[in-house]
Design a protein around this ligand. Structure first.
Ligand code: TK8
Length: 336
């Protein structure tokens, strides 16, 4: 995976040749970045590329320290610490944060995006900026949308081929009502739970199923206690690279710019690494004995149709304008 970091480093060198602020503009700074995923997740690949970029831009003065496997707390807890200025940064899923910023729930709507490119265009454009303003208003500077990715099912019971297959299945969902309703609406028994509790809940059979991108099912070892993988792609959720607004505001404009630019470098490397690794992870898990299936297009359509009530139920709480905007944007993209 070395080539990702290398490519990023080359891009940075080229960018630097154009305009480089004086190194005197940078102070010695170390900041902590909390991750719920483990260190072999592509977030780490992205952060390495981001560090190479920061080293070049700040003459090695700005250093990132990654914390993994939820060692600084789960997504919600770590984000609260970042909000209150006790911790610098967190790379968190958007879904557990809907209590703080309801508009983020747009990413939880089932089957909203069809390809990663659709998601990138939305998140990296004006729509993403609108959400960033809402995050800023609660004390969180979103430096960028990294990829968590398309979410697929793993379970210990049976292949999921149609929504009816969810009947009675105990599914862990993130702490998020849209996910809760999506799976309850399919007839499952959805249980909200923080990420750090998932492995043991699967292992003890307190729950039958969970849903995450393949990379996460692999690197968090869920596959060791699961038997089936079903490619439902029922949602694309991002990671947000959130920096404490209080701390960010104490940095100089040059430092802030270096952080923004290098988070983008890291983002691109991380997205590419996720795309690669999802394939590798799937192969590895199949070799380990998990049974894998895709969903027939007609059954996928039936899942989307069945999910319309979830859109209706949550539209107002997300913000009707937000939901309308994203749907209009997607329509435009799909027509192009
Ligand atoms: C890791 C989580 C994870 C998410 C989940 O902290 O909770 O299932 O998909 O990636 O953010």
């Amino acid at each position: 995976m070395k080539h990702f970091a290398l490519k990023a480093a080359l891009c940075v060198t080229t960018a630097l040749a154009a305009a480089s602020p004086a190194m005197a503009d940078f102070k010695e700074r170390t900041f902590r970045v909390s991750n719920g995923v483990n260190e072999d997740h592509p977030n780490s690949t992205g952060m390495k590329a981001m560090q190479v970029c920061l080293d070049e831009k700040t003459g090695g003065k700005m250093k990132m320290q990654g914390f993994w496997g939820g060692s600084l707390g789960g997504d919600l807890q770590a984000t609260q610490a970042v909000r209150s200025g006790l911790q610098e940064a967190v790379l968190t899923s958007s879904s557990p944060l809907v209590g703080m910023v309801p508009a983020l729930g747009v990413f939880d709507l089932p089957f909203l995006f069809r390809t990663p490119q659709e998601a990138y265009t939305i998140m990296d454009g004006p729509f993403g900026d609108t959400l960033n303003e809402k995050l800023d208003a609660v004390g969180l500077v979103n430096l960028g949308y990294w990829e968590n990715g398309f979410r697929n099912m793993s379970n210990s019971q049976r292949p999921i081929k149609t929504w009816e297959d969810f009947e009675g299945m105990k599914v862990r969902v993130m702490q998020n009502n849209i996910f809760l309703d999506t799976f309850d609406n399919f007839g499952a028994n959805a249980t909200p739970m923080s990420f750090g509790e998932v492995f043991s809940a699967l292992e003890t059979k307190a729950i039958d199923a969970q849903e995450n991108p393949y990379v996460t099912i692999d690197t968090s070892k869920f596959y060791e206690v699961q038997s089936y993988l079903s490619e439902t792609k029922h949602a694309y959720t991002p990671f947000l690279f959130l920096f404490s607004k209080a701390i960010f505001n104490s940095y100089t404009p040059e430092e802030q710019q270096a952080l923004r630019d290098c988070t983008t470098v890291g983002r691109d490397v991380e997205r590419e690494a996720i795309q690669e690794l999802n394939k590798e992870s799937l192969e590895k898990m199949e070799k380990a004995g998990l049974k894998y299936n895709t969903i027939a297009p007609a059954d996928q359509d039936a899942m989307l149709e069945k999910s319309q009530v979830v859109y209706e139920k949550h539209k107002d709480e997300i913000g009707a304008d937000i939901v309308d905007d994203v749907q209009a944007e997607l329509k435009k993209q799909r027509a192009a």
